[in-house]
Every structure is written in C-alpha cells, then in structure tokens.
Design a protein around this ligand. Structure first.
Ligand code: GLC
Length: 563
C-alpha cells in the first residue's frame, strides 16, 4: 500500500546537504571557508535540489577539532563570520526553501570554554569542577589516570591538570582530545545550560539539530574501569555496553530536548549521531519521544558486497519498521567529515601495468551507483559536500599540514580525517580552484581541474549532473511516497528492490554485466546500452505492479542475468 507522508514529517525523506564550513567557500581571503562564502555559493545547493543544510559547528572555537571543541555555544567563530552573518544565512536559506540544521556538541566543551577555565581555577569538589568529570589519580601520588578508559582519538581518556597552587592535581575526562573535556550530565547546571542553548538557536530560526556523539553523553557516575580489550581501539559498535558509552541516562536528555523541539512551531527535528552495539540499542534512540532520525552508519561501514549491503540495509530498516505508528526514520549517509570519502572506500586496489593502483574510476562508478541506492531507500539522505563532484579522499597530505587530533594523538599511526576535509574545487584549472583568494587551509590536489563544479555543471554525464537528475527524479517520484522497501529475488551480486508506486532500483554490485528486462529506465549512469547494466552501476526503472499488488506479473529487472 502506498502511504502518504504528512507534510509535517519533512525530515522523513529530506535530502540534507552537509556543509563543512571551513572547506566550503572562503569569501574573506583567509584560506578558510566562511558563512558569506557559503551564502555566495547557495545557488549550487539549491540547483542540486537539496531540502536542507546541516552545518558542522560554527561556534567560537580554538579549532583543535575543527570546531567540535566549542568555547561559546551562542557565538559564531570570527573565522566564519558574525552572528549577523549566521542570521542572514538562515533567512536566505528559508527564502530559498532550504531548512537549516546546526550541530550540537554536548558531550564536551573546549578547554577554552569559560566553564572549563573556571573549573581549572577552582578547588577540587567545587561546583565549577562538578560540571566536568574531575577525579584524583590512582597511585600514591595520583600519577595514574583514575580509570582505564581510552580516547576515541587515541591514548588515555584522561589528562592531569596543574592546580592553581602549581602542583600536579586532578585529572579530567575527555573521550575525544585533551582539548575537549567531557561534561558531567548529572550536574543540573549542564542540563539547564543546554536547554537554553537549544532554545537560543531555535529562537533564531534553525529547523533542526544534529546531536553530535549522542551515545557518548551520559556516563556511569562511578566511572568504573572497564573489562574490555581496549588494545583494538575505540570501537563502540563492538562493545556490549560500557560505563562511558550508550549509558541509559542519555535517553532522559533526548526526551528533554525532544520536548523542547516539539514546543516550537515549524516541525523542528533532532537527528542523532548514534553508534551503538545492537539494533535494539539503536532503536531506543528513535522512540517516539526521542530523536526524529539517526544516521544509518551500517551501510556506510559495509564493503562493496551485495550480501553485506543488503544485510546492512535490512538490519537498519527493521529498526524503524517495527512500530508503524512511530514516524522516526533513518538518515542514510555514504560520506561525512569523519569518514574516508566513498569514491576511495569503494575503489579496489588493482594491478595495472605491473603496479598496484587504487582504481578510482571503479570507485567513482560504484559511488554513483551507491547514490542511486541510498536515494531510493525509505528515509532521509545526507550528502557530504563534494560528493556531488565525485571527490576522492586526499591521501597524500604532508604530515606537517595535518590538523586532525587523531593523527597527532596516534603519532601518525592513524592518518585521520583531513583527507575528506580538503577545500572544495569550484572553478579554474589549478588550486585554489576558486575556493579562496589565499592559500587554502589544506592543499588541494593539482589534478582536480576536471572535478570542479564549473567543469561539471554543463557536462551531462558528470557526477554533478547525475546528482541533480537523481534528486529531481526522487523528489517527483518519492517526495510524497512513504512506502516500505520490497526486495525482489535477484541473482548473486545484485540488489533489486521496489518502492511500490514509484520505482524499482537495481544495483549491480557484482563483476558481470546484468541484463535489465523491463523499461523504462528512468535513470542510470552508464553511457552504453541502457538495458545492460555494467558492474558498479545502478539504474532506476519505472515501477510496475506485481502479483503482490494484485496486478500484472513482475517484470522490472527480471531475474538479474549475465551476458
Ligand atoms: C563527532 C563528530 C566528529 C568529532 C567528534 C567529537 O563524531 O562527527 O567530527 O570529532 O564527534 O566532537
């Protein structure tokens, strides 16, 4: 049955475009992107057909973690502009029909935040210290960290301070870098402050909030050591419940924030970054009075393998399908500012001319196919800036230019996330490709000339053109359609499913071409015979009734076959 989506549930099928501000467009000649630069380039996002923007943090910050270390939650960092620019951006977006989501970094502040400075300057046990997790160290002189927790960015999760009297003193907890002290959500000051921060931004007109590191927020107040093999690294997906991740108390906070969002007009929404151990734990974050949506990372973490991809999709969908009355949904995502760009992730290493190379051409084709896949799934989709240009990960950034704390905290053992944060190429045939009038904060590869937005805009077979076409077709066919996905039997290496009433999606994840047996082909991204789908390609076919719909027998995509 084709269900109609109430207009109030815009977030159920929105295409959200993630802007990583410092790498989007620089208007002021600093080499770092800014709000005015984004405003100048908004036509790009509108032309693409996105419904909303999600802005990575734009708050005042010393930028030890690209703005995920916030020094003032109500102020805009001067590198990005002023509050008046932020307000102008929100207005302009609304005029253009784009909603605006901002990032709420509530697990930790920056060490530059007034609260943390006050805490370091106050005695142990003071109210100022209670806003964070300060503890004495273990060992005779307190020289060992209070417990064995580790940081997601490498190394221990604790740093020792020097007390105001100049002696080594207490330790503070930071699940991320030492510049990001974790807040203590048992402390009422913290709870009320963030209520106020959320209202502040809703009052200024933002339409939604991405809840950063949602599963990290609450901690077991006893902060006990864990009995886990932490030598494998920080992998909460594999941990069955720890005192520092996915702690039950987080749900009280999410319910609180949901009530705040619901008290506003305009269908404000909360989208969470939730990484947990089981589908049931994930489902808890999407209860009707918690998050409206959460990123579906399972598919992002799947290799290019039909069985694994189908399993990831089914597992994720099962979470939101089990309660038909709960409108909460998934936000599919292939790339973001934390992950290796998917063109590179999907690129196999192949032997060519005696050398082993990363086959980016294959990676790009698969990335385009993956776009048609995610856009056809029930739920929202989040695109990461630059994926519409088919940008690969930049793997060869010099060590001295890398900024990601992960790189530094692991002494270079983990390359980190700078390679997906390289500034966008807009135009021209050499760096800085229209991004800035100065030196970009991270260098762009010299060979990105053919990937610029300008080069691709008028090229009908470009990645940019495919994104534009796909978003347009999706809006027409799936905009109001709220049907569940229905898998079709298909040969190994293929994914074939219907969105009844709208389309059939066929993805060739295998190594051989697949014959399509039904027309019309609504959209595909290969140039040859439209009825023959090469490896690493996908197509959307016109939907036809099946026996299940009480209509004609199935034919789109037929049983996939090889030639
Ligand atoms: C989230 C963000 C990431 C950041 C971390 C700490 O995972 O996506 O970029 O480093 O939280 O705030």
């Amino acid at each position: 049955m084709t269900r109609e989506k109430p207009a109030t549930h815009w977030w159920r099928s929105a295409v959200v475009y993630q802007v990583y501000l410092r790498s989007f467009a620089d208007s002021s000649g600093t080499g770092t992107g800014d709000i005015r630069g984004l405003m100048d380039r908004l036509p790009h996002v509108v032309d693409l057909g996105a419904d909303a923007l999600w802005l990575s943090p734009w708050f005042r910050s010393p930028m030890h973690d690209g703005g995920y270390d916030v020094a003032d939650y109500r102020d805009i960092d001067p590198t990005f502009g002023a509050t008046s620019d932020a307000l102008a951006l929100i207005d302009r977006c609304h005029d253009l029909g784009l909603r605006v989501l901002i990032d709420l970094v509530a697990n930790h502040t920056s060490t530059d935040h007034a609260w943390f400075r006050a805490a370091v300057g106050s005695p142990p046990g003071s109210r100022e210290r209670q806003r964070y997790h300060f503890r004495p160290g273990r060992g005779e002189g307190g020289e060992d960290p209070p417990n064995n927790w580790i940081s997601a960015f490498g190394g221990p999760a604790w740093t020792r301070i020097i007390e105001p009297d100049g002696t080594p003193g207490e330790w503070y907890l930071h699940l991320f870098s030492e510049h990001q002290p974790d807040l203590n959500w048992e402390c009422p000051d913290v709870v009320t402050e963030f209520d106020d921060v959320i209202r502040h931004w809703f009052d200024l007109g933002v339409d939604g909030i991405r809840v950063d590191a949602a599963s990290a927020l609450a901690k077991d107040p006893d902060l006990p050591s864990v009995d886990l093999d932490l030598s494998r690294g920080f992998i909460p997906r594999d941990w069955p419940g720890t005192p520092f991740w996915d702690v039950e108390r987080v749900h009280d906070l999410l319910r609180r924030w949901r009530a705040i969002a619901d008290a506003y007009e305009g269908n404000r929404c909360l989208v969470g970054e939730v990484v947990v151990n089981t589908p049931d734990r994930f489902a808890a974050y999407l209860r009707p009075d918690e998050l409206h949506s959460a990123f579906a990372f399972d598919l992002l973490h799947s290799p290019w393998d039909a069985t694994e991809m189908r399993a990831a999709i089914s597992r994720s969908l099962a979470v939101v399908e089990k309660d038909a009355d709960n409108p909460a949904t998934l936000t599919w995502v292939l790339s973001n500012h934390d992950e290796i760009r998917h063109v590179t992730r999907y690129a196999p290493t192949v032997a060519r001319g005696g050398d082993c190379t990363v086959a980016l051409d294959i990676g790009l084709s698969r990335a385009r196919a993956a776009l048609l896949l995610v856009l056809a799934l029930p739920g929202a989709t989040c695109l990461y800036q630059g994926e519409e240009l088919g940008l690969p990960e930049v793997l060869d950034l010099p060590a001295e230019l890398r900024r990601d704390p992960t790189f530094h905290r692991t002494a270079g053992a983990v390359l980190g996330r700078d390679g997906c944060r390289v500034p966008l190429p807009w135009s021209g045939d050499r760096p800085p490709f229209g991004f800035t009038a100065a030196e970009p904060w991270l260098p762009q590869p010299a060979d990105w000339a053919s990937l610029t937005a300008a080069a691709q805009r008028s090229e009908p077979t470009s990645t940019l053109a495919l994104y534009r076409d796909a978003l347009r077709v999706r809006r027409r066919l799936l905009g109001a359609n709220d049907t569940a996905l229905r898998w079709r039997e298909s040969s190994p290496g293929t994914l074939v499913f219907d969105r009844p009433g709208a389309l059939t999606c066929v993805v060739n994840v295998g190594a051989e071409p697949v014959v399509l047996e039904a027309e019309p082909v609504l959209l595909s991204h290969h140039q040859d015979d439209p009825m023959l789908l090469p490896p690493g390609c996908a197509a959307w076919l016109g939907w036809q009734r099946t026996d299940e719909d009480g209509g004609a027998p199935p034919s789109p995509a037929g049983p996939a076959s090889t030639v």
